[in-house]
Design a protein around this ligand. Structure first.
Ligand code: NAP
Length: 242
C-alpha cells in the first residue's frame, strides 16, 4: 500500500528520523530526506539500497519559505506527497526560573512552528490529491509536562493541539493527521542526559527498557498505512504514560 509512494521525513540525518526514513524505504516509498546541519556519509545510499529514490534536502523547518519550497520541490520531483513525518526537534532544557528567552524561542520555533510550516504547505497539496498521512513527533513531555522542559513540553503539547486541529480540517478530503508521543528513546538527544536522570527514567518505564528508534519507526509506518485513524496521539513509551 505504501509501495511507490513519496514520504517526506524532516530531521532525518540521524536518530528517530533516519530510522523512520529507512522504515518507509523498506515499504517501497521514495524518500525526501530533510536534514539541517550535516548529512553523514552513507545515509542516502543506505536508503537507496532498499530500491527506492532518496532526495536529500538541506534546510531549516522553522523557516516558512523553506517549507513552501520543499513541498514545491517534492511535487516537481515525485508528483505527489503521500506521507509527511514531522520529526525535526530540539531540546534546550533548563529550569523555568533560569530559562532564557532564547532557549524558549528556539524550541518553540523548531518544534512547533517547524511542524506548522510543514503541515501548512504539505496539506494544501494533500487536500488537492484527496489523500495523505501526516505524522507529527510529539513527546510524553507534551502530555505530562516535565521538570526542566517547560519550553519543550509546551512545544510538544502545541504539536498535539495542532495535530488534532489539522485532523479535523483535513478529514473531509481523506487526509489523516496523527501524533506519536515517544517516551525515552536511545538517541543523541537522550545521550546527553546525566546518568542519574537516565536511571530515574528507566525506573519509571513499566517495560523496564529504553525505547529504540525502530520502535518509533514501526509506529509511524502503522499510522501511515491505516487510513481510519486520525487525530490520535500514540504513546510509544514502554508504558510510561497510561
Ligand atoms: P536527534 O537525534 O537529536 O535528531 C533530531 C534531528 O532533528 C537532527 O537530525 C537535527 O539536525 C534535526 N533538526 C533539528 N533542528 C532542525 C531544524 N530546524 N530543521 C530541520 N531539522 C532539524 O533527536 P531524536 O531523539 O531522534 O528526536 C527526533 C524527534 O523525536 C524530535 O522531535 C524529538 O523531540 C522527538 N522525541 C524524542 C525522544 C527521545 O527520547 N529521543 C522522546 C520524545 C520525543 P541537526 O542535528 O543537524 O540540527
Amino acid at each position: 500500500m505504501l509501495n511507490g509512494k513519496t514520504a517526506v521525513v524532516t530531521g532525518a540525518a540521524k536518530g528517530i528520523g533516519k530510522a523512520v526514513a529507512l522504515a518507509f524505504a523498506k515499504k517501497g516509498c521514495n524518500i525526501v530526506l530533510n536534514y539541517h546541519s550535516t548529512l553523514p556519509d552513507g545515509v542516502v545510499s543506505e536508503i537507496e539500497a532498499c530500491g527506492v529514490k532518496c532526495l536529500p534536502v538541506k534546510g531549516n523547518v522553522a523557516d516558512f519559505g523553506f517549507a513552501a519550497q520543499l513541498v514545491k520541490d517534492v511535487k516537481k520531483e515525485f508528483g505527489t506527497l503521500d506521507v509527511l513525518v514531522n520529526n525535526a526537534g530540539i531540546t534546550r532544557d533548563m529550569l523555568l526560573m533560569r530559562m532564557s528567552e532564547e532557549q524558549f524561542d528556539q524550541v518553540i520555533n523548531t518544534n512547533l512552528k517547524g511542524t506548522f510550516n510543514m503541515v501548512r504547505h504539505a496539506s494544501s497539496l494533500m487536500l488537492k490529491q484527496r489523500s495523505g498521512a501526516i505524522i507529527n513527533m510529539a513527546s510524553v513531555s507534551g502530555v505530562t509536562g516535565n521538570i526542566g522542559q517547560a519550553n519543550y513540553a509546551a512545544s510538544k503539547a502545541g504539536v498535539i493541539g495542532l495535530t488534532k486541529s489539522a485532523a479535523r480540517e483535513l478529514a473531509q478530503r481523506g487526509v489523516t493527521c496523527n501524533a506519536i508521543a515517544p517516551g525515552f528513546i536511545e538517541t543523541d538527544m537522550t545521550d546527553v542526559l546525566a546518568e542519574d536522570i537516565k536511571k530515574g527514567m528507566l525506573e519509571s518505564i513499566p517495560l523496564k527498557r529504553y525505547g529504540q528508534v525502530e520502535d518509533i519507526a514501526s509506529a509511524a509506518v502503522f499510522l501511515a498505512e491505516n487510513t481510519y485513524i486520525t487525530g490520535q496521539v500514540l504513546n510509544v513509551d514502554g508504558g510510561m504514560v497510561m
